[in-house]
Design a protein. Structure first.
Lengths: 171, 171, 171, 171, 171, 171, 171, 171
């Protein structure tokens, strides 16, 4: 059963949005990917969102570019948390960011950074982990892993010197 | 019968949006003013838009601030022309402008400038005038009137000199 | 007879502006393409605009980049609807957008998004469709087609899974 | 026991941040308000965040202006969801928005709009409602209430006409 | 005989644009002030610009806000130098600045800063001074005067200390 | 004898700044190209600027990127007209534009658009043409040539149709 | 003997720049305040900067608005550290920030935030403290004081509740 | 012993940050390069910063992109000067610049320009040179060298003409 619904307005966003799928798979969180447009399929989008809780969905992740209305439109039809991902297409993604984050009072959307699909998925995992100790443990382990990786790199940089490290990076 | 539907997301936009009513009254174009939110009343908005053509509406004017989804959401439910007015609330209105103007391919919105409600109404009149010679004549007369006013002011400025003209402006 | 005049300031805008021609052809709307500059051929531009209604033109589409004055200059000479397309050249197209959309009160221009030529043409079709039921039907059909396409892709994505879908996209 | 920790970098943010308290009280969600600075009290902030889960905290709301590091610094010390509120102080709040929303991969922050404290609190309520059916019902009721209010205003506007409505607004 | 034509699109720009008149009077440079709009009086603007050289005009100063087309439209009708002044009205004047400064290749406009009317007039004086040694001497004297004033203030600040200087400023 | 001094802060700006040389050569206006930095060679820059009038220089063109101080620093040492060219290097050239155009009252710089070196040179020619009827005639002829070129292209576009015209452009 | 030279381009910056004097007095660091303009007194500025080390100056603080060249021009004449303060005047201070911070390679300026004069002075103190243990101790104590103040306020907020705290703030 | 600690949030910043190492080597200033993240290794970062003075560090250089918290977080744990380098990753580096430069009062960070790692290192050298006459002499020599290089290029440009110079640049 999908706990997270990952929605994008167009399949041209899929190369960016796939990172959400990868993170959710890594954490064994059920999800489904949908192409639904706030403007081209407004009724289908509304219908999908309203039925989603009945199918187990607890969190929405929605990515869109330009006048990125999708996360806000989803939020209009649900009281589940909606995470918006501004997808860079024009104006360095500033249009998408502002269209997503500047929601009017009453209907919140949780925005992550431009193209930050990975963080959108991690935020969904954090939210789900509130009710799932196992998931919470996996998140903590993931953080530890990241920390270890940073420190390992710093150690290798100290050991090798920056010139050799840069050469190794190119390989 | 309303030919133009003027919609705003919140009554806090009314002091700005009323200028549309004033222009439409001046041109004797039927209109109705509605408060409908893309996020707080999504279904009522959709229903209103879908029924509007049956009641005579030919053009929509929609004003909103921040993540201004209203014009785009209206456009999703109609093939009538939708004119969007970015209402300044935050970020000098840049967020509203980008949220309105950067629509994805397939579903156009006609954006006017930030808080340019008067121009939104005039654009609606221009569109309606394509099928109404009387309206077209009134538009042409309106333009002439504006021109005369500019030239009259320029004449007064030349006559009085800038110092006296400025004093007169303050009165 | 051309119903839509598509004007650009320089032939360097043609690779972007041609999308208007393609849409108008698709809808069997008569149009003509002109290169006319607000700055290099101001009189010829004015003369063309003033004579256009006599030749059947009902809507103008004008694209320009940088200090994009062309749509506003056209609007100064006509009471027909003028649709402006900000063409991206510098500053991500923000200069063109603001030069087009921020028109002073009295002379409206309908701006679409940066490089959104397709939407400019669809907006012109929407305007013309107010007086042409046939065109209106074709617009409605076009919307349906778009919707079907989005849903078909979403179906294929669900069916194939995102990895296979992405592979198929690359082909 | 506090379920939500509302943290601000300076008491000068309190007039804005108090809206979070008001929403949380309305939904009977336990919370505590803290003044903790990412830069002036970094250790106390870290210590507070690390101990917070043990005291019942499930969601953080952090507001800050300028180089708004507070939400990101909190997120560095917890795997609980962190909601960031960009507080407008300079540059129309754009600096705070970008400092909060553009987090690096791995450590998410959920950003709401500039000064959108109310939405930050509602987002926290949405997250908590995933594990609390009562809260979920109250959220749904709140949405209904908002919808009714919008429609009531639209009705009053239709009834009174915009001139009388505007006069009534001033009172 | 006017050597400088100072043109503005609307008399609402006069409180800003009058500084040009004050500088030109100070340097005894003949000028005339006109209200002419690129959009509301396009033909009168064109006619005025084309006749101006015959009446002695050598430099144009044009101020406008928003989609500030006036300087560019003037430049389209003359080979005399055109100085553009972006007048702040919306978006902190950024729209006017970009509309003025980002002219296409072939038709230059000399932009000064936002609301920098004084500098526009001084630039006109610098240009005229190339052919007028007397004017050149007055410009050099003006610069010296400015320098003396700065140094005098610095001296007073050193003498009085910043606290007393600030008190004196308030008086 | 050089009438125009074309100065750039670094030879990395030469590929952009060379367009000034080409225009000035086309108009047979004497010029010299110099690499002088406001920051790395401040004294040599000041000395050069102060001596330039004695060598015949009447107009300065200065190009710089980033914190583009060069035009303003030159203007501080001369009462001759200084034309600034913002060279795009970072932030799409916005930093250079603002650093050049936003000069304080008293010391004007005439800014052209980002990378608009050609227009900087044409502006210099317009200024010099005030005292040189021959140059003035050449400028008028140049404008006519531009106009003819635009109209010729528009004619070819009408004749060939946009598809063939685009194909011809690629060749 | 002045260790820090605090320079501003105009006495209109003094109400902002005085905060530097207050901090330097608090830390008993010798300083002098000067009004010197990069554009109106370029030679006097250069001369002052070159002589400053001989009079004991070790750090420069320079504040300016708009095309804020002062810090960069000072840096051109010294190898002492130069701290630049963007003073907000137009465009929310973004022009001043970019004009100060985007220096070309080779001549650094240390920028603080818009109007962050206090931080400029603290940065100067940090730099001087590298060679002055006493000053270093005072800085550490200042930090402790700030921390205590933040925690005291947080305590008062917890104790009084946000409503009473807000009331107390108004008094 | 390292006098300068050069810290970056991720090894992906190393290709940019290495320029700091090159400058510090050129001036024979001891330094060490570390990968430490404000968000992924907050405690290790804090611990490193607190111990750094004991190991000889006198200045920190920290580079980061996006929501660039690293320099500010370092500054929270030290009273040594912290130099921040905004690394361009998204939004042309504007997000990183604002996240670094707009620090709250009390905790300064010295920002250099976007990707201006070289200037960050030179600023560190300037600071260290206050207590090291030898270093000061080397800095003065470096400046002289830069000046000579600029003048040499200007000479070559004058000698060869711009066409040959450009050809030579391509080789």
């Amino acid at each position: 059963m999908p706990e997270v619904a990952v929605i994008m307005g167009s399949d041209s966003d899929l190369p960016v949005m796939k990172a959400a799928a990868e993170i959710l798979e890594k954490f064994s969180v059920g999800f489904e990917l949908k192409i639904l447009s706030a403007h081209r399929t407004p009724k289908e989008t509304a219908a999908y969102v309203e039925k989603a809780p009945g199918r187990g969905v607890e969190v929405f992740i929605a990515g869109a570019g330009g006048a990125a209305h999708l996360p806000g439109v989803i939020a209009a039809y649900t009281i589940l948390p909606v995470i918006g991902v501004p997808v860079k297409g024009s104006l360095e993604g500033l249009d998408a960011l502002l269209s997503i984050v500047q929601m009017p009072p009453g209907i919140p959307v949780a925005s992550v950074g431009i193209n930050s699909v990975k963080n959108a998925a991690l935020l969904a995992v954090e939210i789900l982990a509130l009710g799932d100790k196992n998931l919470s443990r996996r998140l903590a382990a993931y953080r530890k892993e990241m920390k270890k990786e940073v420190l390992a790199r710093s150690g290798r940089l100290s050991g090798a010197g920056y010139k050799k490290y840069l050469e190794a990076m190119k390989k």
